[in-house]
Ligand binder design. Structure first.
Ligand SMILES: Nc1ncnc2c1ncn2[C@@H]1O[C@H](COP(=O)(O)OP(=O)(O)OP(=O)(O)O)[C@@H](O)[C@H]1O
Ligand SMILES: [Mg+2]
Length: 619
């Protein structure tokens, strides 16, 4: 599967389809958004009204004639206060509207992106493990947080505020041109310049912005890797080295941010300069017009006021275009992720009847088809690097079989193919005589309980980690499973017993305790097939001996696959498969294999005559 990378520059991202899809997410909130548009337009209307009120006060009330006349002056106060009151009302209403639309708009935007975030998360869960092999966690986290947040910006500041800005610009133009078209023309002279400058700088800043995002993604990936690998970092005293590496990435981020800042630092004053030039023109030309008696002083005031506020929305529109672009880039990455199909998928009509999974009743005779069968399986994680080369074997229901062999021989790989965590390239894997690709995944994974080599515990409590918070698994079932694997004793010794909190990855428990919990987890589901990959590697010999005794009962009516390095633990297996470089080299019972004097016998000797571990290099 192709890797899915944050760092990719997706280039030109404008795409009507993307916008349509983004609007699709906004549709359930169409009313709220329309309401916000109306509120914002009302707000812009009030902002347009305010200079006009002052103009009216100057031109209609404080006329030279009224000022010259003493009686007129007295009447002015009475005429002015309704205007002043109206002005105050527009300010108060404006403030209320601003508050209401701010809250409404932000909550709508958050609701939309929460939905997208959920969709991304839900989709990620359906993806097969090969996807997660190719995509580092830090990047995926960035995807679910930063990219989704960029969309929020789009919904809140672009979708709705754009209307306000355009409305304000249009309204101001209409008012200015209807007051005095010549002066309006002077006012607008710098608009094309500002628009051109804004467009140019937005382009620069977009590039700068994208650079900053790339650095953030890298920063996040590095952080998550370093924190999860903190033990290794400290064990090998790599702090200085890691710190230097981080400093390089951090510096990169700093430089990118500074570059972005510089672009803005130039643009802001330039915009100010251009709009002030227009203002100077208005004062110069308008002043002459006032002196010539063509327009009132109030009109000049209104013009200077509109002029000041005209250039801000023009810049804002350009800025919004920029936000839109980056949101589309994020949207493209998100939708690309949502469109990534799982490499492992259920068939439209899976062949295995669900009922077949449920019919197994204790004591009932086992069906005669093999529980597990590999037919000439070839498998590679990455193209053509064969990890399994023509593996074939059968396991009869109820049998316990073991896989042994050197590190990297492919044992864990076989285990993950049984419950179809990956699809094979050639050959077939059959469970209960049915190709795993024909099984519904959910049913298959209920059928096959797996204890993996890498134990993972979730944040929560001990009981929750056994039942995985599945309501179908009662507390009794949890405790029964724990007793069976011998975990009950240590769990009860914990201060809160089964309710003892477990931190992320379960680091407060010992490795053996974690293994026992994950063992209990697999048994709690009462699976018909049990896959144990080094399930007892970290458990002390005494506990293991007890566990093995228990396993005899557990395995009695179950098919069990065991991977073990300690050969002493699998001597009683019905069949032992000896893996070497992706192939099964030998198979048979313990005594038969010893008699063959082959690989198995050498492994046995190495373990019991103390010659260190066996690696590929030995063979
Ligand atoms: N997720 C993965 N992506 C790519 N290659 C992998 C992956 N997992 C394992 N491999 C490769 O597949 C080969 C077999 O790995 P596997 O985990 O099956 O070995 P193993 O027999 O279980 O070894 P061990 O005894 O150390 O657990 C190894 O060469 C390994 O590098
Ligand atoms: Mg393994």
């Amino acid at each position: 599967m192709a890797g899915f990378h944050e760092e990719q520059d997706l280039g030109q991202v404008y795409d009507a389809k993307l916008i349509v899809r983004l609007l699709g997410y906004a549709r359930p909130h169409a009313r709220a958004l329309a309401g916000c548009v109306v509120l914002l337009m009302a707000f812009a209307g009030l902002a347009l009204l305010q200079p006009y009120l002052i103009k009216t006060a100057i031109d209609e009330i404080m006329t030279p004639a009224a000022l010259a006349d003493a009686a007129g002056k007295a009447a002015l106060g009475a005429k002015l206060w309704p205007l002043a009151a109206l002005y105050a009302v527009t300010v108060v209403i404006g403030a209320v509207i601003e508050y209401a639309q701010g809250v409404w708009l932000q909550s709508t935007g958050q609701a939309i992106v929460a939905r997208i975030r959920q969709d991304v998360f839900d989709h990620l869960q359906t993806l097969s493990l090969s996807f997660f092999d190719a995509n580092p966690v830090g990047r995926l986290v960035t995807r679910v947080t930063n990219d989704v947040e960029a969309l929020n910006e789009m919904y809140t500041s672009v979708l709705v505020n754009l209307f306000k800005d355009v409305f304000y610009i249009g309204g101001a133009m209409i008012i200015m041109f209807s007051m005095n078209w010549r002066l309006a023309a002077v006012s607008c002279v710098a608009i094309p310049l500002v628009a051109a400058a804004a467009a140019f700088f937005q382009k620069l800043s977009r590039a700068a912005w994208r650079e900053v995002r790339l650095k953030i993604a890298r920063l996040n990936a590095t952080l998550s890797e370093n924190f999860s690998g903190m033990r290794v970092v400290q064990i090998f005293a790599r702090e200085a080295k890691q710190s230097a590496e981080f400093r390089a990435i951090n510096d990169d981020h700093f430089r990118a941010s500074m570059h972005q800042l510089r672009v803005y630092a130039v643009f802001r004053p330039l915009l100010e300069l251009l709009s002030t030039a227009a203002l100077v023109g208005v004062i110069w030309y308008g002043g002459h017009q006032v002196l010539a008696g063509v327009i009132g002083f109030g009109t000049l005031y209104a013009f200077t006021s509109y002029n000041r506020n005209l250039y801000e929305p023009i810049n804002a529109v350009a800025e919004k275009y920029n936000i839109l672009q980056s949101a589309l880039a994020s949207a493209e990455r998100i939708f690309q992720l949502l469109a990534t199909p799982s490499a492992v998928q259920d068939k439209p009509a899976p062949a295995v009847p669900e009922a077949r999974v449920e019919v197994r009743v204790a004591g009932e005779p086992m069906p005669s088809t093999p529980a597990i069968e590999f037919r000439d399986v070839w498998f590679a994680y990455a193209e053509e690097h064969w990890v399994l080369k023509g593996v074939s074997f059968r396991v009869t229901p109820g049998q316990t079989v073991a896989f042994v062999g050197a590190t990297g021989a492919g044992k864990s790989t076989i285990m993950s193919l049984v419950a179809r965590y990956y699809d094979v390239q050639k050959g077939q894997v059959l469970v209960d005589g049915v190709d795993v690709r024909d099984w519904p995944q959910a049913a298959l994974r209920r059928r096959v309980g797996t204890v993996m080599q890498d134990v993972f515990l979730f944040a929560g409590d001990v009981a929750g980690n056994v039942s995985l918070s599945d309501p179908a698994i009662s507390r009794e079932a949890v405790e029964r499973a724990a007793v069976l694997v011998g975990a009950d004793a240590f769990i009860r010794r914990l201060p809160n017993g089964y309710d003892e909190p477990v931190v992320e990855r379960g680091m407060t428990l010992s490795a053996g305790q974690r293994q026992l919990i994950s063992f209990a987890r697999a048994l709690a589901y009462d699976p018909a097939i049990l896959v144990l990959d080094e399930a007892t590697a970290s458990i002390d010999s005494e506990t293991e001996a007890a566990l093995q005794q228990a396993m005899k009962t557990v395995a009695a009516d179950r098919t069990t696959l065991i991977v073990a390095h300690r050969l002493s633990t699998i001597q009683d297996a019905d069949c032992i498969f000896v893996m070497h470089k992706g192939e099964i080299r030998e198979h048979g019972r313990h005594s038969e294999l010893l008699a063959q004097r082959g690989l198995y016998q050498r492994l046995w000797q190495l373990q019991f005559e103390g010659t260190g571990p066996l690696t590929e290099a030995h063979q």
